[in-house]
Write a protein that binds this ligand. Structure first.
Ligand SMILES: NC(=O)c1ccc[n+]([C@@H]2O[C@H](COP(=O)([O-])OP(=O)(O)OC[C@H]3O[C@@H](n4cnc5c(N)ncnc54)[C@H](O)[C@@H]3O)[C@@H](O)[C@H]2O)c1
Ligand SMILES: [Zn+2]
Ligand SMILES: [Zn+2]
Length: 384
């Protein structure tokens, strides 16, 4: 089958790989109909996530048709068109039982922090992902959900990550009616977080990024105020000024460990790799939230240490909430929001690209060319 193949930092290509097989009675094999590229994939692409092995296939945002099921699979049947949450979760461990599906204790033998994630390095279990024609889905009774009748598959694929992650970012912010919420990052996740902040009763939503077309998009889509951090001087001072010098009630980090805005951190973390990436967005979030406020982090930080102004967290009495999104927990209500038109996730999809051109797709999404917000890869059979 055709599959994306990681060859090293900033080098991916399309290759032939064997079609995956059932390895465990609870596995399913899914023929991919859509698979997105995510900001999280860019951390892998840039070589920022430890133990990202050459030969791995990325891709954790997948829809597809069930081709084969293992003998213990009960909830899925061949022919079902499913959306597959990015978390791989056993459904039975102490964490899954608390609906912490992103922190499953069984699906990732390599670590005790994050659970398994499709195509996300051996620190997240070493599973091959779905930027391919087929993908193996472990614990097939737990994650996948049959795409509801009438739902556009473009909406369905956004429910595997972007929608739940944006929603959970807002949820973890503990937004109270009337709160001012600042979202750092106007990528798909930040855009969705800004949109969802209103659902929790925000009174004002401000988004910070540096890419004009994304700022324009989020202004219309969320809708909200949006500013280029290069044109507002010190973003912390700017945000203090616009919030009566108190700071925002809630700050959301939807950027992660490869943030721009600090040449010193760029050199230290991205150039010399002495710490894990660059964290100016998180600095700004901590420094511009009000005392006693909440910082919600969904931006990805690797397992190695990063620079964080922890003294300010302590002295301001900030609550930090963070996690990988627990997709399966949120799906019932988010499917309803999409069906009722409260959320329109497919509007974020700007590019539909044949899987064969995966290398161009990565280059475009990484360099934010052609006004790209969210690219979806389509395998040949899905285009027929
Ligand atoms: N926790 C989860 O479950 C989860 C799920 C999906 C994605 N993520 C993470 O969320 C983050 C965003 O993902 P995405 O798909 O939207 O990525 P993306 O790369 O499309 O967007 C990131 C945006 O951040 C902007 N940015 C860079 N530095 C900034 C700064 N200092 N301040 C404000 N904005 C800045 C970029 O210009 C870009 O528009 C990534 O770190 C990704 O790994 C987490
Ligand atoms: Zn993702
Ligand atoms: Zn589990």
């Amino acid at each position: 089958m055709l599959a994306m193949n990681f060859r090293g930092p900033q080098r991916v290509r399309i290759d032939e790989k064997p079609v995956p097989e059932i390895l465990h009675p609870q596995d399913a094999i899914v023929r991919v109909t859509r698979s997105c590229i995510c900001g999280s994939d860019l951390h892998l692409y840039n070589g920022s996530v430890p133990d990202t092995r050459v030969g791995m296939t990325f891709g954790h945002e997948v829809t597809g048709v069930v081709e084969q099921v293992g003998p213990e699979v009960e909830n899925l049947k061949v022919g079902d068109h499913v959306l597959v949450p990015f978390n791989i979760a056993c459904g039975k461990c102490v964490f899954c039982r608390q609906e912490l599906y992103g922190n499953c204790h069984e699906s990732n033998p390599e670590a005790t922090a994050v659970g398994g994630i499709y195509g996300y390095s051996h620190t997240a279990g070493g599973y091959d992902g779905g930027q391919a024609e087929y993908v193996r889905v472990p614990y097939a009774d737990v994650g996948p959900v049959v795409i509801p009748e009438g739902m556009d598959p473009d909406d369905a694929v956004m429910l595997t990550d972007v929608v739940p992650t944006g929603y959970q970012a807002a949820e973890m912010g503990g937004i109270q009616p009337g709160d001012t919420v600042v979202v750092f990052g106007a990528g798909p996740v930040g855009i969705m977080a800004a949109r969802c902040a209103w659902l929790f009763g925000a009174g004002r939503v401000i988004v910070i990024d540096q890419i004009d077309y994304r700022l324009d998009f989020v202004r219309r889509y969320a809708p909200c105020e949006a500013y280029d951090f290069r044109s507002i001087g010190d973003p912390v001072l700017f945000l203090k000024k616009t919030t009566d010098w108190l700071g925002a009630d809630v700050c959301i980090d939807a950027v992660g460990a490869e943030a721009n805005g600090s040449p010193a951190q760029n050199l230290l973390g991205r150039g010399m790799k002495l710490v894990a990436g660059a964290t100016p967005a998180l600095h700004w979030a901590i420094n511009s939230v009000k005392k006693g406020g909440i910082v919600s982090i969904v931006g990805v930080y690797g397992p190695t240490q990063s620079l964080v102004p922890i003294g300010n967290v302590v002295n301001k009495g900030i609550t930090i909430r963070a996690n990988q999104a627990s997709v399966k927990r949120l799906l019932p209500r988010l499917i309803e929001h999409v069906q009722n038109g409260i959320l329109d996730p497919k509007a974020l999809i700007t590019h539909r690209i044949p899987l064969e051109y995966v290398s161009d797709a990565y280059r475009m999404f990484s360099a934010k060319l052609d006004d790209c917000i969210k690219p979806v890869l389509l395998p040949p059979a899905a285009r027929a």
